[in-house]
Ligand binder design. Structure first.
Ligand code: ADP
Ligand code: GN1
Ligand code: MG
Length: 365
């Protein structure tokens, strides 16, 4: 791989690069924190975009620009963030003025400003943190609510279209030779029992009940940064999957990630559960910001979206395991199987609390 100092040098505004270290726990891209010896901003984030996943990375950069410019304009005219610190990541240009650098080995690199004084968490600490996570997503959706969705390109075709993942799963399964783990049988049965229902959001969209809007695509806990001093949400990062979608994809993803206290990487999948108090707090934070633009139909599909995105992520991990780990980064061969079990167990826990979750939605709706 190309030397990271060479890459960082393409974006360095001033000062000398004194340190580069791997950063965060992303499953797709490679992220580095770059430290400079300059007096002003002395950090930035350097990322190598996985171009097997994002086949048109220049469109991804364009979406990021459309989205962040729109948000900045809105914040200037109507400061929705009401006195709190709210940061929008800035794209740093390479020396040739482009928003990325294509290395001689064809790897695609970009740099963004570092949000100082913030923390990223893998799981929710407490109810206050949960409200802030909901607030951040609600603010993000509100700020983008007047951006026509067709101003954004579809940079990841089929993303969050559950029936497409089922199709892929069927293709992969047709070639799969039975393995040695009993957990695989649990997963196979799990998917089969839910494959008809898994069309629920796409059916609602086809019937005109739900419609496309700009979405984040990946608002899991570690993409919502918390101010280290105040504990308030300060930014939502990882804008690679900003594209047209259903707000339900985001709400479902935020809740499946936020309400799983053991975290999505736990090895104790059998004890994974969905915490409905955290769910209530995230939804309260979200709706304080976003209630105004949600329709009655939107509310009707919230429960399904929570159940579906947990199921969908489990299906994506399981398919990747069966296919030989071609999409998500793994640390060992069964890693995606372990991750799938976590999401499926979480889905079961959501299903067993359907009445409670639906009444939380009704009471705060
Ligand atoms: P990935 O697409 O691989 O998930 P992210 O953009 O989410 O990459 O970055 C990985 C991690 O790096 C984040 O979870 C966060 O901890 C940290 N990070 C990324 N961008 C920033 C930023 N602009 N400021 C501060 N921390 C950041
Ligand atoms: C991936 O890149 P990262 O880790 O933020 C994935 C998400 C999943 C998530 C699960 C482009 O996100 O859809 O929900 O892993 N991103 C893509 O942790 O597929
Ligand atoms: Mg991320």
């Amino acid at each position: 791989m190309i030397d990271s100092f060479t890459v960082a040098g393409q974006f360095t505004p001033s000062g000398r690069v004194i340190d580069i270290r791997e950063f965060g726990n992303g499953n797709i891209n490679n992220t580095f924190l770059v430290t400079l010896d300059s007096k002003g901003e002395n950090h930035f984030i350097l990322q190598r975009i996985n171009t097997q996943v994002f086949q048109h990375p220049e469109l991804l950069m364009l979406n990021m620009r459309t989205c962040t410019e729109h948000i900045r304009r809105r914040l200037q005219h109507a400061p929705l963030s009401a006195g709190r610190r709210w940061e929008v990541p800035r794209v740093l240009l390479a020396h040739d003025g482009k928003d990325h650098w294509l290395a001689p080995d064809r790897s695609f690199w970009r740099a963004i400003s570092f949000i100082e004084g913030s923390q990223s968490f893998e799981t929710i600490k407490d109810i206050g943190h949960a409200r802030e996570v909901g607030h951040a997503l609600g603010l993000f959706h509100t700020l983008l609510s007047d951006l026509p969705f067709d101003r954004l390109s579809d940079t990841l075709e089929g993303f969050h279209i559950t029936p497409r993942y089922l199709q892929r799963y069927d293709q992969v399964l047709a070639k799969y030779r039975a393995g040695q783990y009993p957990e695989v049988n649990y997963c196979l049965k799990f998917v089969l029992e839910r494959s008809a229902w898994a069309h629920v959001l796409e059916n609602a969209r086809a019937q005109g009940r739900l419609f496309l809007r700009p979405i984040h695509g990946d608002p899991k806990i570690n993409n919502i940064l918390i101010d280290a001093a105040t504990g308030l949400a300060v930014s939502i990062i990882d804008l690679d999957t900003v594209k047209p979608g259903l707000v339900h994809h985001d709400i479902g993803d935020c809740l499946r990630s936020g309400c799983n206290p053991l975290g999505e990487e736990t090895e104790q999948w059998e004890t994974v559960h969905f915490n409905s108090d955290l769910c209530q707090a995230i939804l309260q934070g979200y709706l304080l910001m976003a209630r105004e633009f949600l329709t009655g139909n939107d509310f009707d599909y919230l429960y399904d979206s929570i159940r579906l995105i947990a199921f969908e992520l489990g299906l994506r991990f399981f398919t990747d395991y069966l296919e030989g780990n071609v999409y998500f980064k793994v640390r060992y061969p069964e890693h995606n199987l372990a991750r799938a079990l976590v999401q499926f167990r979480l889905t079961e826990s959501i299903e067993s609390q359907e009445t409670t979750i639906r009444s939380i939605i009704r009471d705060i709706g």
